[in-house]
Design a protein. Sequence first.
Length: 335
Amino acid sequence: MSELHNIVLKILEKGKGILAADESTGTMTKRLNDVNVPSTPENRLLFREILFSSSSMIDCIGGVILYDETIKQQTSKKIKIPELISSMKSAPGIKVDTGAKVLAGSPEEKITEGLDGLRERLKEYYKLGAKFTKWRGVYTITKNFPSKLSIQSNAHALARYSALVQECRMVPIVEPEVLMDGDHSAKECYEKTSEVIKKCFEELILHKVDLKGIILKPNMILAGNKSKNIITNEEVAKLTLKCLKDSVPSEVPGIAFLSGGQSEIEATENLNLINKYNNTDFKMSYSFGRALQQSALKFWSKNIKDIEGTQKVFNHRARMNTLAAQGKWSKDLEV
């Protein structure tokens, strides 16, 4: 069994998931502004340090995706952030793309950039303790989108990124996110997501990426947030599973869903049903940002010195999602 395959299995063992704490400084500033907390490097670090030292990290969180600022910081006790995460039996990871920019040739769509100089940056992150990385491609659904150009360009970038990451002995998270924004139906989401994922794997195979050493981070199959076509949680789970069974090669060991604008409870409930109906060999877990942190952030903002209370809120959400990743969650547990 390869070293990379082992890292994937360890990150996703026993229902563990991934905490996406890789918000850019701009995104984190917006989140803090929304809860009336000044976005200083100290406050950004304080909130993340509270999460990373929570007790649920040991039992629930197999990996943490960091941002460039955070992976280079030290805790209040002068412990390097990757060392703190490793001490909690979790793997430190790092977001390595430089963001989605306007796609030349289709200006209403986005292409993710960051391949220039990536090999050198990866070597630095590996030395800092990173075990895995993340790169996100984004796609919108409208009558004309995602275009073939967007699907091809982002798949190619995800594959080149993945090959470089594995060369540097880290696990790439491959994140093709078909956005929830719009009035499209779940059927349209299913069709476009299938097309996007299939093209990603075509490119990954072409670039000789070891599929046993990656984690796929897809969206669930949902109707658009402005859609009039309401879909049940059962339909979300069944369509999501059908999409992944038909699109993802069996060698891929793990799938960690993004929450993509769903509420905390919604994301947990859908993950739970996906695992209840899961009859594949894929480990199906979570790689949530807001759906893991939002309640904790709101609680913390009322008194940023209340570490214990904030950790209690975060621990609950992490435990709920780890139960959901094993198909063992129920609404009664949400007290």
